[in-house]
Design a protein. Structure first.
Length: 153
């Protein structure tokens, strides 16, 4: 297996050093920049051993190896120092504004027959019964009512 080394240009090295020493950045990304700087062999530098880099930065050796692989695969330094994009989109909320208004109206209305007042579980069951959502947790109802200061009804 061929060992590849990281050789930075003067501009790349300067931008990585500036990234590490100024501005507000994620610790993970700053550590990635420091790892690349420690592995740089340009200008007659000798790269540090992966174990010593890992110990100095408080990461495991596999992290150093992964960062090296990612840097060699990256197009340039700017793309390397960006956060990863999510593989899956965030889950859309079950309760939208319209459903929220219906739940609040239900909670403020009269309690069902045979009950003194609405409970969170009763509200959740009624929401499913009225087809506001396929399923509804009593904790979702609790958060919704608490957000609107209606948790004392």
């Amino acid at each position: 297996m061929r060992k590849e080394s990281i050789k930075l240009t003067v501009k790349e090295r300067a931008s990585l050093e500036r990234y590490c020493n100024s501005g507000v950045h994620s610790v993970r990304l700053v550590n990635r920049a420091k790892i690349v700087l420690a592995l740089d062999t340009s200008g007659g530098r000798i790269a540090d051993k992966q174990e010593s880099i890992a110990e100095r930065l408080g990461v495991c050796r596999q992290t150093v190896n992964t960062v090296k692989r990612d840097f060699l695969a990256a197009v340039n330094v700017a793309t390397f120092l960006q956060r990863k994009l999510r593989a899956t989109p965030p889950v859309p909320p079950k309760v939208t504004g319209e459903i929220e208004a219906r739940i609040i109206a239900l909670a403020c209305g009269p309690a069902p027959q045979g009950c003194a007042r609405w409970t969170l579980r009763l509200l959740a069951e009624k929401c499913v019964e009225l087809c506001y959502s396929d399923s509804m947790s009593h904790m979702t109802i609790s958060r919704l009512l608490k957000k609107r200061n209606l948790n004392r009804i």
